[in-house]
Design a protein around this ligand. Sequence first.
Ligand code: ATR
Length: 271
Amino acid sequence: MKKFAVFGNPIAQSLSPTIHEMFAKSCAEEINYEKIEAPLDDFETTITHFFAAPQTVGCNVTVPFKERAFGMAMHKDDAVKMAKAANTLMLNSDGELCAYNTDGIGLVADLTNNGLNLKGTTVLLLGAGGAARGVIHPLVNAGIEQLHILNRTIAKAQDIADDANNPKVEAVSQQQLAAHYDVVINSTSASLSGNLPDVPDSLLATCKLAYDMVYAKDNGATVFMAHAQKLGAGQQLDGLGMLVEQAAAAFYIWTGKQPATANVIEYLRNC
Ligand code: ATR
């Protein structure tokens, strides 16, 4: 049986085992996927020990270990280098640790599933933490026309834009905002504490889609989604689809099989 796990601290809340077990069933894979709470001071040893087992194929990594997972890996693709944080690890055929960040692939897949073609669109990304970094590379690759990053601490947005090194990606102040964006994405952690990031109402009122990377509890709406809806945004989405799609991208890296996701999203939405 192929062995997988998700490492975090805390980890009890993780939906990853449920998601990957559903994927495995639909792809005829026999897997064992555990939640493992790694000690804060001993993450690296825990990972090394996990990969020493012959049945181990790969793992996911979540808060607060994504940066340390990135630091451990010998091989890093462009998306994970931009993110500076890994959510997916596996060993290559030479036994060397490879790091990936599938969060942005998950976001782009979810936007596409919901009818949005990103080609030529203008995007405003709110926030400049780890969650923002993880989605830059796939958004640019999806053919967006312009990506503006607005953050409470502008220097952090500027750091991301500098690392992206692409004329389409710019850090902006409130004064430098465009008059309209097709998509506004909230990557700040403000929703988790019931707060709204500071963004002009007019931008939420006129966007086609307001997307919150956090997912809504009990099938409701996050404060950001409710606010955007009240102002008249075309559509609002939470990050549940992104969560399932980032898992699907990890599953594909590990097994070469692309699992169906719609049924998993629907199941989680209703449970
Ligand atoms: P994550 O890894 O989830 O992105 P993080 O790295 O701590 O978490 O980043 C959190 C982001 O949310 C930051 O951009 C933060 O803004 P600052 O860089 O100015 O700290 C943003 N954020 C958190 N709470 C916020 C709030 N109430 N209003 C606006 N932005 C907020």
